[in-house]
Design a binder for this molecule. Structure first.
Ligand SMILES: NC(=O)c1ccc[n+]([C@@H]2O[C@H](COP(=O)([O-])OP(=O)(O)OC[C@H]3O[C@@H](n4cnc5c(N)ncnc54)[C@H](O)[C@@H]3O)[C@@H](O)[C@H]2O)c1
Length: 390
């Protein structure tokens, strides 16, 4: 890349924009971070100071490195400062109308060579790119929260994105020591699509009265090796946020019942029981709260894990069936993006694809709901006697 490539622009100094600015600054780039709110810029600067001080304290970076990271970032209220940036990443509010206005304006400021990336989680990259005259320079670059700590970035070219822009974006983000996976511009990309059953099937198991929150979390952690149970994780993410993502994926998939949101989560959200951030979610986070005890019935635990895991595997297989990403990238995305103990397609191979198909068919026979339809790819693999890998 040429010399202006050293300058990176980031729009939106919230949680994601600040994190992305830090990542680029740590790699030695000059970063310009913009926001329409001076307050947001001030908070971002103060937070970065604290984060860097902690890293110095822990011996992870030297005081000199901390100073250079700080001085690499400049804060501005005006996008006109992006004139010399080779790469601009937008991380503003998740609203198509607002993003479109920003992209249209951005194009009048930057050079014709500049790549324009969006960190959107749920909007179509094609619709954002359509705001630009040169839509071939627009691409999705989806970081995970917190960006400095999470290794995965989903690279999402739209139908308009040029091959050169895709290649340069992969090169740049990889040079920031991130693991990149390539995802099709479809709702939820890889992670937010494939992970849906982790929440949705757990909620359904609860709603059917099969087990309580603590028992479901216990089963997924103790027997499945997941770092957090689904209810703990939803409380951590925030029920309002997690519910909104589910609803958006459900709507975007033309109401496919596989992604149907849950009334339990909706009511928790409406009640203000958002999780850790509000002090109460599926669990009580107050100081004198009594811990919820799991039943620890091994047969029940196995049944819960098996049902959720097979639904996840089915979702991963279906993402592969629809060419959303390669098998390798689907597994990489789930292990690096949401810390799953094993890639889901590898897990299917290890368990045996025939057993996964049997469980999907058992669930379908039980409920006669489209939600439990087995992916054609899983069924094909079973009949061929083949595996996803090897
Ligand atoms: N939070 C997450 O876990 C997460 C993860 C991946 C992707 N994302 C995506 O990243 C984007 C930002 O999310 P966030 O959580 O950082 O939001 P946030 O609310 O923390 O920050 C958004 C910032 O954008 C600013 N802003 C709003 N309109 C603007 C405009 N027109 N010009 C400049 N700045 C403007 C706001 O003042 C705010 O500081 C969204 O598209 C979101 O979907 C979020």
């Amino acid at each position: 890349m040429n010399e202006i490539s050293e300058k990176i622009g980031v729009i939106g100094a919230g949680a994601m924009g600040s994190g992305i600015a830090q990542v680029a600054a740590q790699q030695g780039h000059q970063v310009i971070l913009s926001d329409t709110s001076q307050g947001a810029l001030d908070v971002s600067r103060t937070k970065l100071k604290k984060v860097l001080a902690r890293l110095v304290e822990k011996g992870k970076i030297s005081p000199e490195k901390s100073d250079s990271i700080s001085s690499n970032i400049s804060y501005t209220l005006s996008m006109s400062d992006f004139k010399e940036c080779a790469f601009v990443i937008e991380a503003i509010v998740e609203r198509l109308d607002v993003k479109k206005v920003v992209f249209k304006e951005l194009e009048t400021i930057v050079s014709t060579e500049t790549i324009l990336a969006t960190n959107t989680s749920s909007l179509s990259v094609a619709s954002i790119a359509a705001a630009c005259e040169h839509s071939e320079r627009v691409i999705g670059v989806h970081f995970f929260n917190p960006a400095p700590l999470m290794p995965l970035v989903e690279i999402v070219p739209s139908v308009q994105t040029s091959k050169a822009v895709l290649q340069k974006s992969i090169e740049l983000v990889s040079s920031w020591k991130k693991t990149t996976v390539l995802a099709k511009d479809t709702p939820g990309f890889i992670v937010n699509r494939v992970a849906r059953p982790f929440y949705g099937e757990a909620l359904r198991i609860y709603e059917e009265g099969i087990a309580d929150f603590a028992t479901i979390d216990w089963a997924m952690k103790e027997m499945g090796g997941f770092r957090m149970g689904p209810f703990e994780l939803m409380d951590f993410i925030g029920n309002d946020i997690n519910y909104a993502v589910t609803e958006s994926v459900f709507t975007s998939f033309y109401f496919d019942p596989r992604y149907k949101p849950s009334f339990t989560q909706k009511r928790h959200s409406e009640a203000g029981w958002l999780g850790r951030k509000s002090g109460r979610g599926y669990y009580d986070y107050s100081e004198d709260a009594q811990p919820k005890l799991a039943s620890q019935d091994k047969d029940l635990g196995q049944q819960i894990l098996w049902r959720v895991l097979v639904m996840l595997i089915n979702e991963a297989a279906d993402a592969l069936f629809w060419n959303i990403a390669s098998a390798e990238d689907i597994d990489l995305a789930m292990t690096k993006g949401v810390n799953y103990p094993k890639g889901l397609l590898q897990w299917a191979d290890d368990i045996g694809i025939d057993l996964c198909v049997e469980e999907m068919d058992r669930l379908y026979d039980l409920y006669h709901e489209d939600r439990y339809r087995c992916s054609p790819l899983l069924r094909r693999k079973k009949s061929e006697g083949s595996a996803f890998f090897s």
